[in-house]
Design a binder for this molecule. Structure first.
Ligand code: ADP
Ligand code: MG
Length: 137
């Protein structure tokens, strides 16, 4: 059993497809351990994406992630990290395989519907970034 962090990004929240995206997780062996809808501040979004600080798209990414509410979710299941990444599809929705979340619900590389941890170690850190111990019992 693994845990991973998913974020439903502001574009998908605005499109009213929170339930449809969670359906994909639940239909593919992942379980919601904890979930909350929050509005990220610039500081929180900047810290969360600190590894991308030197990338040219960093400022746009922070602006986008603070442009509306997001839904932060801890998912659990067998191979949860890899499974979630497969369900998400390619970072660029235009390159994502049909049937993946990004292919079906996103339009562009900067507004691409979901975030997902890319390794078990990052998953642990990202879960701890958003959730207290009591929230993920
Ligand atoms: P992923 O979300 O698939 O793990 P990355 O970790 O590489 O992708 O990038 C984090 C986020 O930064 C992406 O989901 C996307 O929103 C944004 N991003 C990545 N590359 C670009 C790019 N070339 N132009 C604009 N935004 C980008
Ligand atoms: Mg990433």
């Amino acid at each position: 059993m693994e845990r991973t962090l998913s974020i439903i990004k502001p574009d998908a929240v605005k499109k009213n497809v929170i339930g449809k995206i969670i359906d994909r997780f639940e239909n593919n062996g992942l379980r919601v351990v904890s979930i909350k809808k929050i509005l990220l501040s610039e500081v929180i979004a900047g810290n969360f994406y600190a590894i991308h600080k030197e990338r040219p798209f960093f400022n746009d990414l922070v602006r986008f992630m603070t442009s509306g509410s997001v839904v932060v979710i801890v998912l659990e299941g067998e191979n949860a990290v890899k499974k979630n990444r497969e369900l998400m599809g390619d970072t660029d929705p235009k390159k994502a395989i049909k049937g993946t979340i990004r292919a079906d619900f996103a339009e562009s590389i900067d507004a691409n519907a979901v975030h997902g941890s890319d390794s078990l170690e990052n998953a642990k850190n990202e879960i701890a970034f958003f959730f207290s111990q009591a929230e993920i019992q």
